[in-house]
Design a protein around this ligand. Structure first.
Ligand code: 5GP
Length: 239
């Protein structure tokens, strides 16, 4: 093996972070756990960790090939990726092409409304407070990010959106929305975390069949959720 795996640095709901012998890198190991409702609903889907690791790797590669830099370095094993070590900003950045999910509960906008240009929103990562929505002024005042970093996050997620939307359209899928997280390395900002059906909404373009975690949120069986993730993986791997 090219890298030596050292101690556990952090554990989240769906991932483990390990130090590597190269201090500029870490190992992200994807768990088989699936969660919703800020962790209040949880289950295990054997094989989901590997699917999400491989889906993230593929989508991060697509972004990189299209000039959208991110933390992905290489795939380590079936369920682990080597990524750049980042100092993470505890904010979820969401980009929406179509109104669904939390926005239709918060604002007077009908389900299915197309956003052109896309909407960008920020949420503080704080399960106890239900991940409240925040704005640029909050982020600056709470010293979560500078004004310039907020601008860089907006610019990066909009560019990622264009690349992902086009890529998925080419495979007969529609990208409704997705979430990214950012971190700092060598003074600059980089897209980090993961990119897979846990943090995006994707539908079959012709049938509108759900291919993401909304299935789990809506109470579908764990087998159905896994089948959808497998189908999504198959479709993004097609050459
Ligand atoms: P919403 O705000 O509508 O619940 O979510 C918008 C998008 O961001 C969806 O694609 C959803 O999957 C993603 N998202 C929002 N919050 C979280 C979160 O806490 N974890 C993950 N993995 N994705 C999230």
């Amino acid at each position: 093996m090219k890298y030596r795996v050292m101690g556990l640095i952090a554990e989240g709901k769906t991932k483990l972070v390990y130090a590597l012998d190269d201090p500029s890198l870490v190992l992200l190991r994807f768990k088989d756990q699936v969660t919703a409702l800020d962790g209040k609903k949880k289950d295990v889907i054997p094989g989901k960790g590997a699917l999400n690791a491989n889906i993230s790797a593929r989508l991060f590669q697509i972004l990189k090939q299209n000039g959208v830099e991110n933390h992905y370095v290489e795939t380590y094993d079936d369920s682990s990726l080597v990524v750049k070590r980042l100092q993470m900003i505890p904010v979820e950045v969401v980009c929406r092409n179509v109104a669904t999910g939390s926005i239709v509960k918060r604002l007077p906008v009908a389900e299915g409304t197309v956003f052109d240009p896309p909407v960008v929103e920020f949420f503080l990562k704080d399960d106890a407070r239900g991940d409240p929505m925040i704005n640029e002024s909050h982020m600056v005042a709470l010293k979560l990010a500078t004004k310039s970093e907020v601008g860089q996050m907006v610019d990066a997620i909009l560019r990622a959106n264009e690349v992902l939307k086009r890529f998925l359209e080419g495979r007969g899928m529609t990208l409704l929305d997705f979430k990214l997280e950012f971190g700092r390395a060598d003074g600059g900002l980089l897209i980090g975390d993961e990119l897979n059906p846990d943090c995006m909404r994707v539908r079959d373009a012709s049938t509108e069949r759900v291919l993401d975690k909304d299935l789990y949120r809506r109470g579908a069986s764990l087998e159905e959720v896994k089948k959808a993730y497998e189908e999504f993986y198959r479709r993004i791997m097609e050459r």
